[in-house]
Design a protein around this ligand. Structure first.
Ligand SMILES: [Fe+2]
Ligand SMILES: [Fe+2]
Length: 403
């Protein structure tokens, strides 16, 4: 997507599509390029240019930068360090965030390997998958929000892999919230990693299609649970039947209107009911090239309204696990700023920790000040509802649910 932004909003990792001004106003001989170095950035910001167009399909988006600030991460898509945008946070949180980033980075490659093995009919490396599920669980234990926050950032070409990691992280959090025994928590994480393995059989152009699928295309998509289960059955007994079941039944609905078997209520296993919730939540909150992800808090509310889809008790536990304002939610503050949720205060669900990224007063993106809203001296509160007019005035692109 092309976006016109001010030169002051540029960051390393953004892709310049067009420089708005005469070539005399800048010293770049190219008009389309990736900002890879500090020197590019300082030349642009020191030029007479005021505005540029960026291509968010080929580089970072303004919101992605805000999300990276939220995650405490500033590395760009090429892996080089981007301009530091935020004050250094306290050490344990920073270390947990860096470890979560390590899990995130390694997991992309491992899950890609897993999909490629499945595609080529090779045996899956189940030990590696187990290790990754354990790393995900350790990261969640250490800092419940760090990995969830990072897993929200998905490059278009890695969507299916990072979706698997995100669902693994969500499944692990949910299993812990439900108080399941350690073995079930382990299975939940592995099931998250493997639930969409059957997508290796779906052509890319259908998987990434913008807009509605034709009936024929949808029939092809609907084969992925059974195809995934067939792939996983080849790995029994290392892959236990509970995981095969999540893969086969994560698109079933409580009212029996899901697929592939039209199971209803208690016919669907606990892990598969959990899988359905984590899967849909991550899918609707993720940005895709053809749609903007919904706000996390809004998504939880919407999912609670969809009758017949989900197990209500498990959805309530899922909401408790993520908090009233899940990581990644955008909040409007009484200080006149917009902020993104970066961590929960487990004892005060209405007052998360946020990072400010936009000032409505100054109409510009700001360096991410971290505010613990549970601190009575923090000086601001959440404005209960973000009205569409606030978004419009801010000049940010409107989330699709407000359109
Ligand atoms: Fe699926
Ligand atoms: Fe999925």
């Amino acid at each position: 997507m092309l976006k016109r932004i001010s030169v002051s909003q540029l960051r390393i990792g953004m892709y310049i599509h067009e420089l708005c001004g005469s070539w005399l106003d800048h010293s770049f001989w190219r008009s389309r390029f990736l900002i890879e170095q500090d020197s590019h950035l300082s030349r642009l910001q020191g030029s007479k240019l005021e505005w540029v167009w960026i291509d968010t399909d080929r580089g970072l988006d303004v919101e992605t930068v805000a999300a990276q600030v939220a995650a405490g991460s500033t590395s760009d898509r090429s892996g080089t360090r981007a301009q530091t945008l935020v004050p250094v946070v306290d050490d344990p949180a920073r270390k947990a965030s860096e470890r979560a980033q390590g899990v995130r980075d390694a997991s992309g490659d491992l899950v890609a390997q897993m999909f490629s093995d499945a595609q080529l009919g090779r045996r899956l490396d189940v030990k590696q998958i187990e290790r990754l599920a354990r790393d995900v669980a350790d990261s969640i234990d250490e800092h419940p929000d760090a990995l969830l926050s990072l897993a929200r950032i998905k490059r278009a070409d890695q969507y299916t892999y990072m979706h698997s990691v995100a669902v693994a992280a969500l499944m692990t959090s949910l299993a812990r919230e439900l108080g399941l025994p350690a073995e079930q928590v382990r299975l939940a994480g592995m099931a998250g990693l493997l639930h969409d393995i059957g997508k290796v059989g779906i052509p890319e152009k259908i998987l990434n299609k913008a807009g509605r699928l034709t009936d024929e295309e949808f029939e092809i998509v609907k084969r992925h649970p059974a195809e995934g289960a067939a792939i996983l059955r080849r790995e029994e007994p290392e892959i236990p039947p509970e995981i095969v079941d999540v893969c086969l039944h994560h698109h079933e609905r409580m009212d029996g209107r899901g697929y592939p078997d039209g199971l209803a209520g208690g016919q669907i296993s606990l892990l598969a009911r959990m899988g359905a919730i984590c899967d849909v939540y991550d899918a609707i909150t993720s940005n895709r090239p053809y749609k903007k992800g919904w706000d996390p808090a809004f998504s939880l509310g919407k999912m609670a309204e969809w009758e017949g889809h989900f197990d209500a008790e498990i959805l309530a536990a899922f909401t408790r696990a993520l908090g009233r304002y899940p990581v990644g939610s955008i909040l409007s503050l009484t200080s006149g700023e917009l902020a993104v949720v970066v961590a929960q205060n487990r004892d005060v669900p209405d007052a998360p920790v946020v990072k400010v990224f936009y000032s409505n007063r100054l109409c510009q993106y700001t360096a991410g000040r971290r505010i613990d809203l549970a601190d009575p001296d923090c000086g601001c509160r959440i404005v209960p509802a973000v009205k569409p007019v606030d978004w419009a005035q801010s000049g940010l692109s409107l989330p699709s649910f407000i359109d």
